[in-house]
Design a protein. Structure first.
Length: 121
């Protein structure tokens, strides 16, 4: 298990069961605690009721999508960094800027390594 010295608590919002399972395994393999939400509404509820170091948010979920969920999380006063996850690379930057306009202007591509995840935090 790598990198357990700065253990983070991460919320993963992802509607795909397979993607969620894979991402949770990767997060746990890096030595972090992970919680998950299956849709945007559940992500808002969890983000506002528990303290997280980082939120990984799928942008395309049914019902309340990731962008709407991020805006609602910000409107409720949470300042946890939110990293947009998007399978369509060309849209990622625009979606991040649209969804997280209240996140102090830090726009990043999805973290590919643990060090990148720590930078986002």
């Amino acid at each position: 298990m790598a990198g357990t010295q700065n253990k983070m608590k991460i919320l993963l919002a992802e509607d795909s069961a397979l993607s969620r399972k894979l991402a949770l395994k990767m997060i746990e393999h890096c030595g972090h605690d992970a919680d998950s939400a299956e849709d945007g509404r559940q992500a808002v509820e969890k983000a506002c009721s528990c303290s997280y170091d980082l939120i990984l948010m799928d942008m395309f979920m049914p019902g309340l999508d990731g962008g709407e969920a991020a805006l609602e999380i910000r409107s409720k006063g949470a300042s946890t960094p939110i990293v947009a996850l998007c399978a369509v690379r060309a849209l990622t930057k625009r979606l991040v800027m649209d969804a997280a306009s209240g996140s102090r202007g830090k726009w990043r591509r999805s973290p590919r390594r643990e060090a990148s995840m720590r930078e986002a935090h």
